[in-house]
Ligand binder design. Structure first.
Ligand SMILES: Cc1cc2nc3c(=O)[nH]c(=O)nc-3n(C[C@H](O)[C@H](O)[C@H](O)COP(=O)(O)OP(=O)(O)OC[C@H]3O[C@@H](n4cnc5c(N)ncnc54)[C@H](O)[C@@H]3O)c2cc1C
Length: 417
């Protein structure tokens, strides 16, 4: 174990796909470290179907999708250590790990892939007034209680936030016999996938109130109700308050990439994605440290996590086997109005043989637009999109061949279209 070439932190879909790709690219000594007692990450609690449509052209549940990668990892003889929590990552790639039987130990691999996923934004980060009664959960915690522990957190429920986890839990709670009274969303659009709004809310007649938020929490020991109100320009509108009696409030108010280890290693983080700033090899600002999956930026579809992580695995393999690193010049990828972020944020100029995949999100709902990429003044890609929304990640594939020599930046624009 001490002699491993590549350590992958996290045994979720990103870590597993990265491990498979790195082994297929020729890295022998790989170790996946997972703090949970089993591999699969968040997919283990996602028992609904809808995974793997792109990767396997099949509709799988989360555990089924994870199991396919776990069996590939096992089939390739890749070492995985569960119950192993990485406590620290240093800038020279020394990892400090704790494990119930092995105690605390250190590793110094040639490369590291960050695949730690993300966590949910809790109530403490939301500034909701009122007491702190029992009955308020993040949607993912409620999902764990229902799907893994077989416990229903409540009977009458309000959901704040219309991200995918909130939408999926609205359906799940309904199927388990609870009454979901409303989903309130602060923004004028949903943060979730269109298919989840249809399949999880509309199919079950659950109302979605856009531009609404919870302004008060009632109940001292156990939640008895919440007040929601309409929001304009970020402020609740007096006179629009509505009281909903409920014993459960589920919060689905955003995911935060888990980057405490990355920060400790001195990895540069993006203020927009909260994940590492990477180049087109998905290599962070610390040489030999790569990142993929939800730790890099929050994904809506696991298939894209697997694709991105496979690229990180191949790139880490190149780094290890060919001693290739980010030495040459890099140019930034900049965003025009309407584009929230791109990943990667930088492109290496010296390598003209590999294509570039840009993943991005827009900052609002747009119709009939064009996503255009300019290299200097020259357009190198332009594609028409009928509808764009913040909840749906966009992907642009660029061939390096037409990239002009001497450009200073790639600029992504959202144009009328
Ligand atoms: C409720 C929910 C519903 C979803 N529904 C769908 C869907 O219908 N279809 C779809 O395609 N996608 C869906 N997704 C998205 C998909 O599940 C995620 O994009 C994917 O799981 C992210 O993979 P990951 O490996 O980056 O992160 P995770 O799955 O979160 O895995 C990260 C792993 O890293 C481990 N870890 C973290 N820190 C450490 C450490 N310090 N040491 C060791 N291990 C560590 C964690 O324990 C975890 O196992 C859903 C996600 C959620 C949360």
């Amino acid at each position: 174990m001490e002699a491993c070439d590549l350590v992958i932190i996290g045994g979720g879909p990103a870590g597993l796909a990265a491990a498979v790709a790195a082994r297929q690219a020729g890295v022998e000594n790989i170790l996946v470290l997972e703090r949970d007692s089993r591999l699969g990450g968040i997919l283990n609690q996602c028992i609904h179907s809808g995974f793997g449509l792109h990767t396997f052209q099949q509709e799988l549940t989360g555990p089924e999708y994870a199991a396919r990668f776990v069996s590939q990892v096992k089939g390739l003889g890749i070492a995985c250590l569960c119950d192993a929590m990485v406590l620290d990552l240093a800038a020279d790639r020394t990892l400090t790990v704790i494990h119930p039987e092995r105690g605390i130990f250190t590793l110094h691999p040639k490369a590291v892939i960050l695949a730690m996923g993300c966590r949910e934004r809790p109530r403490g980060a939301l500034n909701i007034p009122g007491f702190r009664p029992a009955g308020i959960y993040t949607a993912g915690t409620a999902q764990h209680l229902v799907n893994i522990e077989g416990k229903l957190p409540g009977r009458e429920c309000v959901i704040l936030g219309s991200g995918d986890i909130g939408l999926i839990m609205a359906r799940r709670m309904t199927l388990e016999g609870a009454k979901v009274k409303v989903v309130a969303e602060l923004m004028p659009y949903s943060g979730g996938l269109k298919r989840n709004i249809v399949q999880c809310l509309e199919d079950f007649d659950i109302p979605l109130k856009l531009s609404h938020t919870v302004v008060n929490i009632h109940g001292k020991e156990r939640l008895t109700g919440v007040t929601i109100a309409r929001v304009e320009q970020g402020l609740p509108v007096p006179g629009t308050e509505e009281y909903y009696a409920c014993d459960t409030l589920l919060l689905s108010c955003g995911l935060i990439p888990e980057n405490e280890l990355s920060r400790g290693a001195g990895v540069e983080l993006s203020l927009v994605t909260n994940g590492p700033v990477v180049n087109d090899r998905l290599e962070t600002s610390v040489p030999g440290v790569f990142a993929a999956g939800n730790v890099l930026h929050v994904h809506d579809l696991v298939d894209y996590v697997s694709q991105e992580a496979a690229a990180a695995g191949e790139n880490a393999a190149r780094y290890i086997l060919e001693a290739q690193t980010q030495t040459g010049p890099e140019i930034p990828v900049t965003c025009g109005p309407g584009i929230r972020y791109t990943v990667p944020q930088k492109i290496r100029l010296e390598s003209r043989d590999e294509d570039v995949t840009l993943r991005l999100r827009v900052d609002g709902v747009y119709r009939n637009r064009r996503l255009t990429v300019l290299a200097g003044d020259a357009p190198v890609s332009s594609k028409k999109r009928r509808a764009l929304a913040p909840g749906e990640m966009e992907t642009i594939r660029l061939s390096r061949k037409p990239l002009p020599v001497g450009i200073r930046e790639l600029r992504v624009l959202l144009e009328e279209g």
